[in-house]
Design a protein around this ligand. Structure first.
Ligand code: DGJ
Length: 561
């Protein structure tokens, strides 16, 4: 009986190829599943030219493995893959896969095809020079841009031929290994200088009607539309201006639809060849820029509905987060219809706590700082320590998925506190430097960010995996009745900051700390005691803390009294 069940499972697995990498639901978010096992992507993206010769691949990949990554994101450049039209060279792809296997790393290839950061700089020479066959986008003034036209079937066919060859090759060499777990289609697509292409072909389509497909999609998903789309969409068909209004944002919507359709044709073919997860990435529209001033029409949050309509074969729309406001950008992509994956982010000393935040708060599919091969050890050491924590808590995240029992906190000098309400309990989380006793808090230097993933693993039991944070625990009723006092560096209230008015009688229960233990987490999710953090280390039972620069996992057990 057991044997027949096993053979049935194996048969289903083989016939549906369920063991191939794929995106699977994980609570309200997702994970990549490889050979039936979920993996949290602890990634790093190589700088653009780091893997353009075999010698560099040989030296960079082992170095990446020692940093504690489990996945590297590596460009697959069109010009190096098809230097002569119709002749493909996969030497660099093969070497990357081979080295990655030796180093126990997974690979995400980034197709630098027709577009890379808006431009067509990675198109091969034979493509670049033949502008008659492979036309460029045009500004309103008629200036050609080094941006291949999304409206040209020749551009598409050339790009498609090369991309599908790449997918075919990956399938051939990796189908039985699953080293390559995902592919990014193009890189930071978007129009620059003008919000849309003004070539005659583009103008003709722009002056025509919005395709029914898009109008119907927006009507059908009216309640889930991005707020800016909800405000713009007229609710009926017509020309682009009639449906979306007469301004630059309509130009952008028009381009987004056509970029998405183009990408989806690539994605659909790729899936027919080798069905692994596919995503697209976006440069953010930060600092108040308007369409045309940032790479417009890419998979930006305010265009997610257009991209979802035009590119249903893409699994994820992913933000590249370089600007300030990490939490805000991440939140815009962590949606019920789009799990958060951060393929690029500035590699810095704050990368470690940002990764913990993204996974804690949004259960992110993965995180990956850019140009990790060029970052100094003073920065990457934070990521290594943080990934070590994330790797450990990953089984706990599996156990609590879908239970609303996880949070992420991220603090800097301005944004110092967050109160988490967990049913009847309040967790007041702050930057470690809000404590009075660390001189680095007041010596004038910029505070490194502090952050953590916080998990409720059982009633009155929490895990805090992070760096540079302090957490106090109260019942919500206790919190409502509490008063704030200024503490001196010895942890006692400073003179004169105590109560001055008569207090009303205390109501309800309080929360106390049974213990704070530093732990390690084993692969099966069990906690392994390391040391006890009571006494001075938890301010005699008042809080749990991890100082700036330390990366630790604390197990906090609480009781009511
Ligand atoms: C985002 C791009 O996707 C990367 O390839 C690289 O150009 C970085 N920007 C540079 O900051």
């Amino acid at each position: 009986m057991r044997k027949s069940i096993l053979s049935f499972i194996l048969l289903v697995c083989a016939s549906m190829a369920v063991c191939q990498p794929r995106i699977v639901p994980h609570g309200a978010s997702a994970r990549i599943s490889i050979d039936g096992t979920n993996m949290l992507i602890l990634g790093g993206e190589l700088s653009n030219s780091a893997a353009t010769c075999t010698a560099d691949i040989d030296s960079v990949l082992p170095r990446m493995a020692t940093l504690g990554l489990n996945t590297i994101l590596v460009p697959a450049q069109w010009d190096l893959t098809e230097p002569t039209e119709g002749k493909y060279d996969f030497t660099l792809i093969d070497r990357t896969i081979q080295k990655a296997r030796e180093c126990d790393l997974k690979v995400i290839f980034l197709w630098f095809g027709a577009w890379k950061n808006s431009m067509s700089c990675y198109a091969p020479e034979w493509f670049k020079k033949n502008t008659r066959k492979y036309p460029r986008s045009m500004t309103q003034s008629g200036k050609p841009l080094e941006i291949a036209s999304v409206f040209s079937e020749n551009v598409f066919q050339a790009d498609h031929r090369a991309f599908t060859q790449l997918m075919r090759h990956i399938a051939e060499v990796d189908r039985d290994h699953h080293t390559v777990i995902m592919v990014q289609v193009e890189n930071e697509i978007g129009m620059l200088e003008d919000a849309r292409d003004h070539s005659p072909e583009a103008d003709k389509l722009f002056n025509g009607k919005v395709p029914d497909e898009l109008v119907d999609f927006l009507k059908k998903h009216r309640n889930e539309l991005h707020e800016s789309m909800r405000a713009r969409f007229s609710g009926h068909g017509g020309t682009w201006r009639e449906v979306f209004g007469d301004d630059l944002y309509t130009d952008e919507i028009f381009m987004a639809y056509h970029y998405a359709k183009y990408v989806n044709r690539l994605a659909r073919s790729a899936r027919e060849i080798y069905d692994i997860p596919l995503y697209v990435n976006a440069a953010m529209n930060s600092r108040g820029r308007r369409p045309g001033e940032y790479p417009s029409a890419g998979p930006l949050a305010h265009l997610k509905d257009v991209w979802h309509c035009g590119a249903p074969d893409i699994d994820l729309l992913a933000p590249d987060i370089y600007d300030t406001g990490f939490k805000g950008w991440a939140a815009q992509y962590a949606l019920p219809d789009n799990p958060l994956f951060i393929p690029e982010s500035r590699c810095c000393e704050n990368s470690g706590v940002r990764a913990l935040y993204a996974v804690g708060e949004h259960n992110a599919v993965g995180f990956s700082p850019f140009a990790i091969d060029q970052a100094p050890a003073t920065d990457t050491q934070h990521l290594t320590k943080s990934y070590n924590l994330l790797r450990q808590i990953s089984p706990l995240l599996d156990q609590i998925k879908g239970k609303n029992a996880q949070w992420g906190v991220l603090f800097d000098q301005e944004d110092r506190e967050r109160v988490i309400t967990d049913g009847p309990y309040s967790l007041t989380c702050r930057h470690y430097f809000t404590l009075p006793w660390d001189p680095r808090a007041t010596d004038g230097s910029t505070w490194p960010e502090g952050g953590a993933a916080i998990l409720r693993i059982a009633p009155l039991e929490y895990i805090i995996a992070g760096s540079g944070v302090v957490v106090t625990f109260q019942t919500t009723t206790e919190k409502q009745q509490s008063e704030s006092r200024t503490l001196g560096e010895d942890g006692f209230a400073t003179a004169g900051s105590g109560k001055t008015t008569k207090q009303s009688r205390f109501q309800g229960k309080r929360l106390g700390i049974v213990y704070v233990d530093e732990v390690k987490v084993s692969a099966d999710g069990s906690l392994v005691y390391q040391r006890r953090d009571n006494g001075d280390q938890d301010h005699q039972g008042r809080h749990a803390r991890i100082s700036v620069g330390e990366y630790r996992i604390l197990h906090v057990k609480l009781y009511e009294y």
